[in-house]
Structure formats: C-alpha cells, structure tokens
Design a protein around this ligand. Sequence first.
Ligand SMILES: NC(=O)c1ccc[n+]([C@@H]2O[C@H](COP(=O)([O-])OP(=O)(O)OC[C@H]3O[C@@H](n4cnc5c(N)ncnc54)[C@H](O)[C@@H]3O)[C@@H](O)[C@H]2O)c1
Length: 370
Amino acid sequence: MKIAVLKESAPGETRVAATPETIKKLSALGAALWIEEGAGEGAAIPDAAYAEAGAEVVPAAKAVESADLVMGVQAPDVAALSSVKPGAWVAATFDPFVQRERVDAYAKAGLEALALEFMPRITRAQSMDVLSSQSNLAGYKAVLTAADTYGRAFPMMMTAAGTVSAAKVFVMGVGVAGLQAIATAKRLGAQVSATDVRPETAEQIKSLGGKPIFAEGLEAAGEGGYAAELTDEQKAAQAEMVSAHIAKQDIVITTALIPGRAAPRLVSDAQIASMKPGSVIYDLAVAQGGNVEGSVADELVVIHGVSVMGYSNTPAHLPADASALFSRNLFNFLNAFWDEEAGKPVLDEEIGDAIRLTRGGEVVSARLKG
Ligand SMILES: NC(=O)c1ccc[n+]([C@@H]2O[C@H](COP(=O)([O-])OP(=O)(O)OC[C@H]3O[C@@H](n4cnc5c(N)ncnc54)[C@H](O)[C@@H]3O)[C@@H](O)[C@H]2O)c1
C-alpha cells in the first residue's frame, strides 16, 4: 500500500499528518511512505528525519502518484489528487458541514474521503480521536496566549512592595479544551470558575480545583456526549447567570461548540462592557462563528477596553506536539484496522460508516445526507 503525505496548503497550517515516529510504525506494517519535500517544515521536522525513518521524500506530484491512501491534517484540494489510484482513500479533517463543496468534489473525483472529525466518541476510538488530541492542546494554548496578553500576573504574590492578587479565570464550555484550560489556569495560579450546559461537567470542574457556575436547572445534553442547542428561555437564563458572573472576571476562555451548527453566542457586547478594562477574552470557537460578540479570527480587537482574541487554528500554534498527536491518532486508526492478508486497513461498519463521506462517486455520510 502506498501512503502519501502532502505539505499542508491551508493558510496558517503548520501541522503535518505524519512524523518520523509514525512513518516507522506504518512502514513496519508493510506500507510504503511517500512524503512531499518540506512537509514537516512548520513542525520543525526536516526532510532528512523522514528519509531516515524510511520515507521517500519527493515533490508533491511524485508523492501522490498511484497512492492508495493520502493522509492530511486538512484535506487537500482535489486538484492535487488527480494522479492517485482510482477510489483512493484520503484520511484527514474535512470540516464537512462548512466545506460541503469540497466533499462533493471528492465524490465527483471518485475518492473515498474519511473525515477524522467524525470519529465516533466510543472507548475503542479514543486513541484515534483527533478532535480530542487537538482540542486538548488548544485549551492549553488559549490560556497561555490570554495570560501573555493580560497585563497582570496569574498567581497571587506577596511581595515587599505589596500583594498581587490572583487572576480570576472563567472557562465557558467544559469539553476537552475547557478541561485543559481549567487545569492550565489552575497550574498558573489563577482562581478558576467554569460553566457548561451538561450537568456532569460540574464534578469534572471541581475535580480540577475549579468552581462550577451553573444557571439554575439549565441542561441541554445532546447526543453522543455533545451539547444541544439551548431554547430561547434557556439562553436567557444562561445570559443572566453570565452577566452576574463575568463582570468580576479578568480572563474568559470560551470553548463552546455544537456539532454541525454555528458556535453558540455566550458573551454579548454589553457583558464585555461590564468587565474591567485590561481583561482578556480568548474565543476558541472563533472559526465556527465565535462565542463572543465582536471576536475576529486571528486578530486582537479591543472592545470596551477588553482584549478579545482567538486564533482560527489554535493547535497550529503548537505545531510539533499537535502534529505528533494528530499523526499518532492516524496511526492508531490505520493500525487498529490493518489486515495483514490484505496489506491494508479494512474498516468495520461502526467506524467506517461514521467517518466515510464519499464512496463510488456518491456522498454516503448519513450526517451529511441529513
Ligand atoms: N472517545 C470518547 O469517549 C470521547 C472523546 C472526547 C470527548 N468525549 C466527550 O465528548 C463530549 C464533547 O466534548 P468536546 O470537547 O468535543 O465538546 P465540544 O467541542 O463539542 O464543545 C465544547 C463544550 O462546550 C459545551 N457547550 C455547548 N454549548 C454550550 C453553551 N451554550 N453554554 C456552555 N457550554 C456549551 C459542550 O457541552 C462541551 O462541553 C464530552 O462529553 C466529552 O467528554 C468523549
């Protein structure tokens, strides 16, 4: 089986879908690895390291020629894949709801698109879950970036010149990114509070040393451990709770997402205005429409004296670790299904049907067909 890895082409994308470690492991399974020159540059992996691990390091056209599988962080443009084997697999993130045209183009080209972000949240797929591995790093980096922008310290300090008080950090949305944000802010010495719409997160917040702040009776658990959209009444109850709490916060990290929908709006302009000047808000959902009114991807906007920021691709700001974890997720996925006789992975229904977007010229994903 020929596996190709291209240099990522999306603006600002620094990650790469294979590292020398996973090249070695995939080669040990019997695959031939072909990697585009310079693919690891953004993640500080030189071509020589890939070659040493056993990959052929070549120009893009040669890498994809007759490939059975192309691995990517973000799915490549279909135009880059014209010489792959008919029906070849492409395993990458596709952002399928937003980039629907790309999915249709993959179908038209007869490719089999495997969307890694559709990996089911089941125990045996945990090690293959790129959303978790990348969100975890994003939660960490969001706190560091906010701390760097904040003009004060995080921990309480008693000094001869007087006391510096601890920063108050409020984390909104306690999934994988939110939990890591709480843990990171605690380690930096902040006083941390957090909220979500899934009640089970209250215990998780406490176990990390944070204080759960929940609107009375508010609960909106959806399918598969994800949140559901709030009703208008629930939104009003949440807004009231946020208004009462946010004015006393120095740093707010928002992470709330609802699968297949725009990110829920959690912080309004009026709520920003109630915060102290110099406070910082990091909107991790900025690329999905944003949790914060007025947030702009990859820009620091000062609104009522509050710095509002958020990278559209936060994991790309930790390229080495993000690539290492992403590529291990990919390896774990291929390895779990590797069929020695076939010399390639053979997917089962539960996972295969969940992640497969296109096959035989058609869009086949149940989630996309609605
Ligand atoms: N393989 C596995 O078993 C596995 C792996 C990772 C995550 N999970 C679970 O999947 C679930 C989703 O995690 P995620 O990090 O992908 O979440 P996510 O990125 O979809 O959303 C982030 C958080 O925002 C919350 N949220 C949504 N709307 C909100 C609102 N209006 N106000 C406040 N918070 C809101 C969500 O409940 C979630 O906790 C969790 O239950 C997590 O434990 C399971």
